[in-house]
Each structure stands twice: as structure tokens, then as C-alpha cells.
Design a protein around this ligand. Structure first.
Ligand code: GAR
Length: 204
């Protein structure tokens, strides 16, 4: 049976679209059971609806605090009984219920543990890489724990930082790697080939 995924996002949803494309191409044995957006206008919700995927907005500012927001969010997620929760450009801090430990995956646009943590998302990451003068960047797929970008690493791929790069040109190169490794990592999960030992992820 295909892996059921709940996809959480806050923005344009190109990451979601890539997963849908891989499912349709037959190289990702999964289905998107629902998409939950933390912004009403997130275009990712529209993409989901275009593919007849249930799409719901759960907005942080509608709740008194992060705990109440997370309670509402997980209540929605659980309705769809996903095997894996996928963060696809999701910009709010999640709590991790015990039964979802090592069942939430995120893609980050840098080589963790560099250029990650609170405030390091989207273009901020690429600006920081360029300002630091790093010669390599890349993409990281990791399991999610209670802190930003700190859970066990599943897969990484590097790209060169080139002379004359702007945040946009670097983002483009990094996102091409994200589009490669995120579906691969999820497919390994779907095949039951990932085992987490402490913070080390073993691939069988
Ligand atoms: C992706 O590039 C992803 O790496 C980044 O947000 C973008 C989402 O794009 N995620 C983070 O920075 C997480 N810390 P999308 O909304 O078009 O899928």
C-alpha cells in the first residue's frame, strides 16, 4: 500500500508539486492524503485543490499560543492517518507528538548544521551563505525534532557556490538538489529502509 503523507506548507508549494510529479511519474510510492497550510493564501493550498487533494488552512494567529496552534494542527493531521508528515516550506515551529517521532521529514536549503536554525529559511539562508563566503552549499533532508533544523539527517547533497552568485541563482541550484533528494528520502522511508539510532539514520 502506498505511503500516506500529510504535507504541511506555508508558501508557493513547489516542493509539494515536485512530490506530486514524482508520484505521478511512478518513482515515489506514496499519496498526498492532505495538505495543511499555515497561511490562508499559500499558493500550495491552491495546487493541492487543483489535484483534488483536501487542503486546509490552520493559521497560527487564530490561536492564543503555539501550543493551541499545534493542538489544532495535529488534530487536522490525525484525521488523515498519515504514515509520514512532510514539511514542504513550512515556517512555523512544530511540536512533535511522541507517536510522530521520526515520522516527520523536512527539507532545508543548506548543509545542516551550517546555515540553519531560527530565522534561517528561504532566501535568508542563501544570503547568509554568500555573505559568509562559503564555497559549498546544498540541501538536507532530516527528521524533525522539537528544535529548528536539528533532527537526524536522512540525506544531503552539495552544490558549489559560484563566483557572481546571487541569492536567487544559488537558491535555484540548491532547489534542484532538493527536488532530487526529497523524493528519494521519502521513498526510502516508504520502503521501510530507514532506521534511526540516536541521531544517526541508517539506510538498509
Ligand atoms: C524550499 O526551498 C525549502 O528548502 C525552504 O522553503 C522553500 C519552500 O518552497 N525551506 C526552508 O527554508 C525550511 N527551513 P516552496 O514553498 O515553493 O515549496
Amino acid at each position: 500500500m502506498a505511503l500516506r503523507m500529510a504535507v504541511l506548507l506555508s508558501g508557493g508549494g513547489t516542493t509539494l508539486q515536485n512530490l506530486i510529479d514524482h508520484i505521478q511519474a511512478g518513482d515515489l510510492a506514496a499519496e498526498v492524503a492532505c495538505v495543511i497550510g499555515s497561511r490562508e493564501k499559500a499558493f500550495g493550498l491552491e495546487r493541492a485543490r487543483n489535484h483534488h487533494i483536501p487542503a486546509i488552512a490552520v493559521i497560527p494567529r487564530n490561536y492564543p499560543d503555539n501550543a493551541a496552534f499545534n493542538a489544532a494542527l495535529w488534530n487536522e493531521v490525525r484525521k488523515y492517518s498519515p504514515g509520514l508528515v512532510v514539511l514542504a516550506g513550512f515556517m512555523s515551529l512544530l511540536t512533535v507528538p511522541e507517536d510522530f517521532r521520526h515520522r516527520i521529514m523536512n527539507v532545508h536549503p543548506a548543509l545542516i548544521p551550517a546555515f540553519c536554525g531560527k530565522g534561517m529559511y528561504g532566501h535568508h539562508v542563501h544570503e547568509a551563505v554568500l555573505a559568509y563566503g562559503a564555497k559549498l552549499s546544498g540541501a538536507t533532508v532530516h527528521f524533525v525534532d522539537e528544535e529548528y533544523d536539528s533532527g537526524p539527517i536522512v540525506m544531503q547533497a552539495s552544490v558549489p557556490v559560484l563566483e557572481g552568485d546571487t541569492p536567487d541563482t544559488l537558491a535555484e541550484r540548491v532547489q534542484a538538489k532538493e527536488r532530487e533528494i526529497f523524493p528519494k528520502a521519502i521513498q526510502l522511508f516508504a520502503e521501510g529502509r530507514l532506521r534511526v539510532e540516536g541521531r544517526i539514520v541508517r539506510v538498509r
